[in-house]
Design a protein around this ligand. Structure first.
Ligand code: Z5A
Ligand code: MG
Length: 262
């Protein structure tokens, strides 16, 4: 795991004042230049640089995992925790069902409309692209973004339907690469026991098994895999420590990077 600096929960509290001060400083000192480094989706090779700016910024933290793995629960708790430490932080989710593209996706997921598999794949990707520039602006302004599902969901779910894996990755190229992907790992059978699935497409055990296999192909060095079968509070404790470390690294200065396939 990359470790530019290491922080625990306890010493983080001591750094709270420093973090807030830095946050204010870099918001007053924004630069238009910024650098881009590697993109990582497994089976892609190297990196794409978008500049050379090592400015302080917010972290892009993505949560991935099967349905019912606990993503939304953990995202909400992490938001409260980071806010409590004085960080500028927002919670996002994909699909963002509030946009016009997102409404088409929502209609599809709830079986109110039918769409070709490739068409819905590209809509999911477009839903991320329409938020990309806002994402960049927020990160550069020092806001940490906690994102409930991202490109990895896009590739895992569509390729689980049988679409070509590389084809599925292609439209994600150029989106901002996460600083950290927290993958909440749970066997599909265990996830299904958590209150059962709702009525949306994809919420079926056999399909979730295929999705889990595809997720495994996407793991790279930005991933941290947590055992999501553990009690919610235990998972939460691990999430806090891992995420805070990445938030602090980005506060110190780290180039933004793009997802890239070579
Ligand atoms: N999709 C796609 O195909 N392409 C894309 O590009 C994107 C998405 C972005 C909508 O996702 C669908 O879109 C999704 C993938 C596809 N389809 N599926 N499957 P969504 O985000 O709207 O829905 P979801 O996140 O998959 O489902 P979910 O039910 O919201 O799951 P979750 O957020 O991971 O879990 P949760 O709501 O936090 O927790 C579920 C329950 O488990 C709840 O009762 C909790 O209290 C409980 N829980 C949570 N953690 C624990 C622990 N540790 N122990 C015990 N119980 C727990
Ligand atoms: Mg959720």
């Amino acid at each position: 795991m990359r470790r530019a600096c290491s922080f625990t929960v306890s010493n983080a509290l001591n750094f709270r004042a420093l973090v807030v001060r830095r946050s204010l400083n870099f918001r007053l000192n924004l630069s238009c230049k910024f650098s881009v480094s590697s993109i990582r989706m497994k089976n892609t090779d190297s990196c794409t640089l978008m500049g050379e700016n090592n400015e302080s910024r917010g972290a892009l933290v993505v949560f991935e995992g099967l349905d019912r793995s606990g993503k939304t629960s953990q995202c909400g708790r992490l938001l409260s925790y980071l806010e409590g430490l004085g960080h500028s932080v927002e919670l996002w989710r994909f699909p963002d069902r509030t946009t016009s593209v997102g409404k088409m996706i929502s209609a599809y997921l709830t079986s109110k409309s039918q769409l070709d598999d490739r068409t819905i794949h590209l809509l999911f990707s477009a839903n991320r692209w329409e938020k990309r520039s806002t994402m960049e602006t927020k990160l550069k302004a020092g806001t940490t973004l906690i994102v409930d599902r991202y490109s990895y969901s896009g590739v895992a779910f569509s390729s689980a339907k049988g679409l070509d894996f590389e084809w599925c990755k292609a439209p994600e190229i150029g989106l901002i690469a996460p600083d950290l992907v927290v993958y909440l790992d749970i066997p599909p059978e265990k996830a299904a026991e958590r209150g059962g699935y709702g009525g949306e497409r994809y919420e079926q055990l056999e399909f979730q098994r295929k999705v889990a296999q595809q997720y495994k192909l996407l793991e790279d060095s930005s991933w941290k895999i947590l055992d999501a079968c553990r009690p919610l509070e235990d998972v939460q404790k691990q999430v806090k420590e891992i995420v805070l470390e990445h938030v602090m690294t980005c506060h110190k200065g780290k180039p933004l990077s793009s997802l890239r396939s070579c």
